[in-house]
Design a protein around this ligand. Sequence first.
Ligand code: OOG
Ligand code: MG
Length: 262
Amino acid sequence: MAITQGADLEIVEYLLSAEKERREVTKITDKYPNLTFEEAYILQEKLIQQKEQEGARRIGLKLGLTSKAKQEMMGVHEAIYGYLTDDMLAFEWAPLEFNQLIHPKAEPEIAFFIGEDLQGTNVTAADVLSVTQYVAPALEIIDSRYLDFKFTLVDVIADNCSSARFVIGDKWISPANLNLAELGMFMSKNGEVATVGAGAAVLGHPATSVAWAVNKMGEIGKGLRKGDIVLSGAISEAIAFQPGDSILAQFAELGSVSFTCK
Ligand code: OOG
Ligand code: MG
């Protein structure tokens, strides 16, 4: 262990208070340079448990850094996963409060609604699709607690993968009727196109991305549960926004999802 007992709770508190007080903090690897991936996921689990103790509920999973665009943007070479909790749910009809966030960015994603438990270490994209009741258009709002959004993989894993909010659009479709890899998308800010992408941007297919996370979780005896929502990873780079900005992601066949920040 690169971290001593007791230090883990200190790190959790450090990250949670940064979130609550809307402060950027220096990354934890500055102090703990030998932190391993395994330890980072343990820290993430403890952070979520602390949120649960404070009343939050786990409602699903999110993938991160699954696309080349995101990996290049963040200077990393591996995907990551984190948890979605009910307090992260934001809605198209309710303005997003900028004053609850630090330096948020929006990313377009495809959301999966999981209809059956799924756990294992040899799970395929086809397995994921067979338990997926619906897919829907989504916007994730990430808000790293770290200074200038700069971190290593272990830092961002411990910070629950920069998770902050997410919005799901109202068109839900069975994945059986769609080619998710070829699904095109553009994201606009205040009516101007900011990024474009397609489902294939995330590890070739969004379901492959979800399968990767299930297998990774399977190694430590965890999995997806019936009713989980899964965000399969940004299919373009993230864009920053300010109060007054409106963000919209328009997907072919899946329709649009949007929010306004106040
Ligand atoms: C990490 C979270 C990335 C995605 O979809 O790639 C993520 C970050 O970029 O801060 O959610
Ligand atoms: Mg994301």
